[in-house]
Design a protein around this ligand. Structure first.
Ligand SMILES: *[C@@H]1O[C@H](CO)[C@@H](O)[C@H](O)[C@H]1NC(C)=O
Ligand SMILES: *[C@@H]1O[C@H](CO)[C@@H](O)[C@H](O)[C@H]1NC(C)=O
Ligand SMILES: *[C@@H]1O[C@H](CO)[C@@H](O)[C@H](O)[C@H]1NC(C)=O
Ligand SMILES: *[C@@H]1O[C@H](CO)[C@@H](O)[C@H](O)[C@H]1NC(C)=O
Ligand SMILES: *[C@@H]1O[C@H](CO)[C@@H](O)[C@H](O)[C@H]1NC(C)=O
Length: 553
């Protein structure tokens, strides 16, 4: 029976993680390493704050399988959640993993941990937590410790007693004591790069004055105990609202270590995505996001999107529509982020043993990815587009297609435009005249016929070469055919080739999904393979004869 619990998953054992010089600090809105190079945090949330107070999944797979899997899927960090009482209640933190499961009646979890991770079963909870952090370091993953709640259990509601300073389980003095203990414990552990001071402040007691009073104290306490970690602060109303910072900056004695965090789910806006027109909802929700938190980027403050996620079965329309809009924003602002969640299933959540997590990256057994198309889409966000240390001086645009996570490019000059991996897509300029020109050339995208591919032409003065960003999402790229018909860029789902079609569901209609026509022009200074586009152009005698001077730079 025990043997049967050890499931072997195949995980690519090796991957290349670029060496990051730790500790991290901030440089205006960017998180950078010792050398001042941008480090893009692309993290998974790993839950360790529920009743058992053990990192989830250790009954399903050996921990090194799990940590290697995280790295092989392209993530470089884990936001590891912990309940405050783990750091403040010694009769809790000294329970062993076995005892903690026993008191909850979780016999299968005990057998599973014994089989997969026997080393951890008789460790006290606090040592087990430390061991998990250690294994993440072994796998060269950075760790952000997130104080998720006080009393172990599922989070978060307005009335769970864990929402705001002064709530039943949220004594500010205990909180500062616990933060100090955690910060001290990991002082000198280089891969622990940040601490989220408190997840999703909320509830009837929340107010701005106490936010400043206690967040400043918490931040100073963490910094004093461990000056190497980034200090990460959550806003009010479930980490949606940091708008108060516009008028009143926080006062801290230290610099270049402060990061704000924000959460954004589909259900943050109820069921608006499903009941409204996706362009209009995307436009409105993003506007609001910029007012509530996104403005910080423009003020030169780092903003870390520490929770987003969707039901990965693909059956939740609200989630599906939100995801395309979310991905476009995460790409446009090149955010640091952490996806909710790594977890495939929980030991015990909300009274259910072995609860399946449909928002989880891994399946119920923690063996395989739950949905590879979801992973493909977010993988487009794993490489930074911009920031200190990136190669190109003059920004160009990447044409990102959020509903696939792919970008617009060509295999060679005479090939049609098609979607492909963003890493080797083509660089574009969106000119003041609204032309989409290929960087380094005179070529621009021109609409030809309804339902047909646009071409790359050199006469970029006609209306069929001008692309307006229409609809509230501003993601439809629209132009006019020679006969006056209006078209939008679209994708042929069978070939992934770019085509022009009638623009769809621009407004009002809530029954249709426009996202195949959504393209986001993302600023990029990523180096790209110039030789690739040059060779393909010079290699084409046709283009050579047509265009005496191909390269304008
Ligand atoms: C400390 O933890 C123990 C074990 O879980 C629990 O019985 C006790 O109520 C906790 N004490 C406080 C003050 O939360
Ligand atoms: C920060 O310090 C300034 C100047 O001392 C003061 O006016 C302001 O109220 C302080 N802000 C907070 C949030 O404490
Ligand atoms: C993965 O997600 C896609 C898109 O939402 C969906 O169509 C597909 O059915 C999902 N696959 C699985 C295995 O759940
Ligand atoms: C992208 O670049 C343009 C032109 O430099 C600039 O106006 C715009 O604000 C940038 N967008 C973002 C999201 O940084
Ligand atoms: C323009 O041509 C397209 C075919 O490419 C046709 O579908 C459309 O109706 C024409 N528009 C006008 C205004 O004639």
């Amino acid at each position: 029976m025990m043997k049967g619990l050890v499931l072997l998953c195949s995980v690519a054992a090796l991957w290349l993680q670029a060496a990051v010089g730790l500790p991290l600090h901030t440089d205006s809105r960017w998180i950078v390493d010792e050398q001042g190079q941008r480090v893009k945090l692309r993290c998974v949330n790993w839950v360790s704050h529920l009743e058992a107070v053990v990192a989830e999944g250790l009954s399903k797979q050996p921990i090194d399988e799990i940590t290697n899997r995280i790295g092989s899927l392209g993530f470089n960090c884990v936001r590891l959640t912990w309940p405050l009482f783990l750091a403040t209640n010694e009769s809790l933190s000294s329970l062993t993993v076995r005892q903690s499961f026993q008191r909850l009646g979780l016999r299968e979890a005990i057998a599973g941990v014994q089989a997969n991770n026997p080393f951890i079963i008789d460790l006290p909870l606090i040592k087990a937590f430390e061991a998990v952090v250690g294994w993440l370091g072994e796998a060269e993953l950075m760790v952000v410790l997130d104080n998720h709640i006080s009393k172990p259990g599922w989070c978060c509601s307005n009335f769970d007693g864990n929402g705001f300073f002064g709530d039943q389980y949220f004594n500010p003095e205990k909180w500062i004591e616990g933060l100090t203990r955690m910060a001290t414990m990991f002082n000198g552990v280089a891969h622990v790069v940040g601490m989220s001071l408190r997840n999703e402040l909320r509830g009837p007691k929340q107010n701005v004055n106490d936010w400043y009073r206690y967040m400043q104290r918490g931040a100073e306490a963490v910094h004093a105990a461990n000056p190497d970690v980034l200090v990460i602060l959550s806003g009010l109303s479930f980490d949606k609202d940091l708008s108060f910072l516009k008028n009143q900056p926080i006062n801290l004695t230290f610099t270049a270590k402060l990061v704000y965090e924000v959460h954004w789910y589909a259900f943050s806006d109820g069921s608006s995505w499903q009941s409204g027109n996706p362009n209009q909802v995307c436009g409105r929700v993003v506007n609001n996001l910029m007012k509530m938190s996104g403005f910080l980027l423009e003020q030169g403050m780092p903003l870390f999107l520490t929770e987003f996620g969707v039901d990965q079965r693909g059956t939740n329309v609200n989630d599906n529509r939100y995801l395309s809009c979310f991905l476009s924003v995460a790409a446009e602002y090149d955010l640091d982020w952490a996806v909710w969640t790594l977890v495939g299933s929980y030991y015990l959540r909300e009274g259910v043993v072995g609860l399946n997590e449909f928002y989880g990256l891994l399946d119920w057994n923690w063996c395989n990815p739950r949905n590879s198309s979801f992973l493909q889409r977010i993988s487009a966000l794993q490489t930074p587009f911009q920031g200190p240390g990136l190669a190109e001086r003059r920004p160009y645009s990447v044409m990102f297609h959020p509903s696939t996570g792919l970008c617009v490019g060509r295999a060679s000059l005479l090939d049609p435009l098609r979607l492909g991996p963003c890493a080797d897509s083509d660089p574009w300029y969106y000119t003041p005249q609204k032309f989409l020109t290929l960087k380094g050339t005179y070529f621009c995208i021109q609409a030809q016929e309804m339902g047909k591919q646009p071409r790359l032409g050199i006469i970029c003065t006609v209306s069929n070469a001008q692309w307006d960003m229409v609809s509230d999402s501003k993601m439809h790229l629209s132009s006019k055919l020679d006969n006056g018909s209006v078209v939008c860029l679209d994708v042929d789902p069978n070939t992934n080739e770019i085509v022009t079609n009638a623009c769809k569901c621009l407004s009002r209609d809530s029954s249709c999904d426009p996202s195949s026509q959504w393209f986001k022009l993302v600023n990029s200074t990523r180096s790209f393979d110039t030789t690739r586009s040059m060779i393909s152009m010079v290699g084409s005698s046709l283009s050579f004869n047509l265009v005496p001077k191909l390269f304008v730079e």
